[in-house]
Write a protein that binds this ligand. Structure first.
Ligand code: NAD
Length: 459
């Protein structure tokens, strides 16, 4: 181990110890404290709104509209939702007691874990750091956020906002790269919430295993989108183009590739081209509001994928501005990288199928996706897809929108993740459910004791 990581280790040991000591004062557990912390968070986000928008512009060229709707507005809405329901969720929950336990009462108490480590990615760098934080606060935890090094301006604003709002012994941001993340992971925290890639998810789980720390992994993968022959093609094309090309395709729940019924493929592609033009204009590379690719490395990876099929729309790119046009590709082979890796960019392969059974078989042969979308007017087809494919969550006749409902717990399954959050899901995720049986002392039922046979024994 080199000296710098030793320094890191000491620095983070102190920080985590400070948070543990503060947690042990029990202040964060009071409902009033949690509510106050959430109100302060909302106020701070509103105060920093313009700084966040500018940082997102600088890091990813996000438009003000996308920055507000997908990063700021969404977390403000989540704070309001949690504030409205927290007193109900936090209440001890009385549950039934079996007759065999006569005389006693049963209650489940939700208690916070302690110090939560939140490791966030770069694609929605504000939202994906704050949304888990809301759950961590609601449940009464302390928190350390490690944002992504690939979006440094947003990380700076996040750090400033948090520092101004909370003492570091309660909530803090630690900026840094992979080394910082690993140094934090070396320490024992009480919960790890990670959003990022599958490969790093495995590293996180291994690190968590060393301390037996519970972990949530919000990962990615290839999310399929099926367009059946009876779908409303125009609407499907618009909703798919919106979900795919928002944030230049750098969205964990973006439709990764399309399976369209062969009988409507040509018509669907015409609608898809129209929808792209409607959303981004005839020349998206000149559209000021079009998000850029996060880094040169990702740009190079995506550019190589452009050559893995026939480009039938888009296909142009600009390395200087790191932008790639919304692109539709056909004639893709199953073993091409674009069909093996999560694309995470504005490239949309369109494959065709004859029967739904074939598509479902193809999907089942791949790792379980984070999302799946089915466009069809036929309830039986919808039901067949929903019951025969395993995936984190998704939509019927839409894309991405399930992510934004606080009533729908969000998360993956299999290699797309472990655990669910959003709304009450976040409160539950960051709470340990402590089951308590409160026993009477007025009498004692003897059946459980081997030496007493019959009746009640007066104490
Ligand atoms: P990433 O896994 O490369 O990085 C995420 C975080 O982990 C960053 O903070 C990074 O510093 C840290 N990290 C990277 N390598 C590490 C290592 N070896 N050890 C410890 N920490 C490490 O992910 P990314 O590129 O930032 O994000 C893109 C991925 O995230 C995509 O796969 C996407 O699908 C997924 N994602 C999932 C969700 C979801 O909600 N399920 C949301 C957004 C993104």
């Amino acid at each position: 181990m080199d000296l710098s990581s030793n320094l890191h280790k000491n620095e983070y040991t102190t920080l985590i110890d400070k948070q543990k000591t503060f947690f042990d004062t029990h202040q964060t557990k009071s409902l009033a404290y949690r509510r106050d912390a959430l109100i302060k968070l909302g106020d701070a986000i509103r105060k920093y709104e313009q700084h966040i928008i500018q940082a997102l512009k600088s890091d990813l060229n996000k438009s003000e509209f996308e920055a507000y709707s997908t990063e700021i507005g969404i977390v403000l809405k989540e704070i309001r939702f949690v504030l409205k329901h927290l007193h109900t969720w936090a209440r001890p929950q009385k549950v039934k007691t079996p007759l065999t336990h006569w005389g006693s009462k049963s209650t489940i108490y939700s208690e916070p874990y302690g110090v939560v480590l939140i490791i966030a990615p770069w694609n929605f760098p504000f939202q994906l750091a704050i949304a888990p934080l809301i759950g961590a606060i609601a449940a009464g935890n302390c928190a350390i956020i490690k944002p992504s090094e690939l979006t440094p301006k947003t990380s700076e604003v996040l750090a400033a906002l948090i520092q101004e709002t909370y003492d570091e012994e309660y909530i803090t941001v630690v900026q840094g790269d992979v080394g910082t993340s690993q140094a934090l992971l070396n320490e024992k925290t009480d919960y790890i919430f990670f959003t990022g890639s599958i490969s790093v998810g495995k590293v996180i789980m291994e690190a968590a295993a060393k301390h037996l720390t519970p972990v949530t992994l919000e990962l990615g993968g290839k999310s399929p989108c099926i367009v059946h022959k009876d779908a409303n093609l125009k609407l499907a094309a618009r909703r798919i183009a919106w979900g795919k090309f928002m944030n230049a395709g750098q969205t964990c729940v973006a439709p990764d590739y399309i399976y369209v019924h062969q009988s409507v493929k040509a018509a669907f592609i015409i609608h898809l081209k129209d929808a792209i033009q409607e959303l981004y204009g005839a020349n998206p590379l000149d559209n000021e509001s079009y998000t850029r690719i996060v880094s040169d490395k990702h740009f190079t990876r995506l550019e190589a994928m452009l050559h893995e099929g026939t480009v039938i729309a888009g296909g142009h790119s600009n390395r200087d501005t790191l932008r790639i046009e919304p692109t539709i590709l056909t004639d893709i082979t199953a073993n091409a990288a674009i069909m093996q890796e999560e694309i995470f960019g504005p490239l949309l392969p369109v494959l065709e199928y004859d029967t739904i059974a074939y598509v479902l078989e193809e999907i089942r042969n791949r790792p379980k996706p984070l999302a799946l979308y089915i466009f069809s007017e036929n309830k039986e087809i919808q039901q067949q897809v929903l019951t025969q494919a395993s995936f984190g969550g998704g939509c019927v006749n839409d894309t991405v929108y399930h992510f934004t409902s606080p009533y729908l717990p969000f998360g993956g399954v299999g290699s797309s993740g472990i655990g669910n959050y959003h709304g009450k899901g976040s409160f539950d995720l960051f709470s340990h459910r402590k089951s308590i049986l409160k026993q009477t002392t007025l009498f004692d039922i003897p059946f459980r004791y081997p030496h007493l046979k019959n009746g009640l024994k007066r104490i």
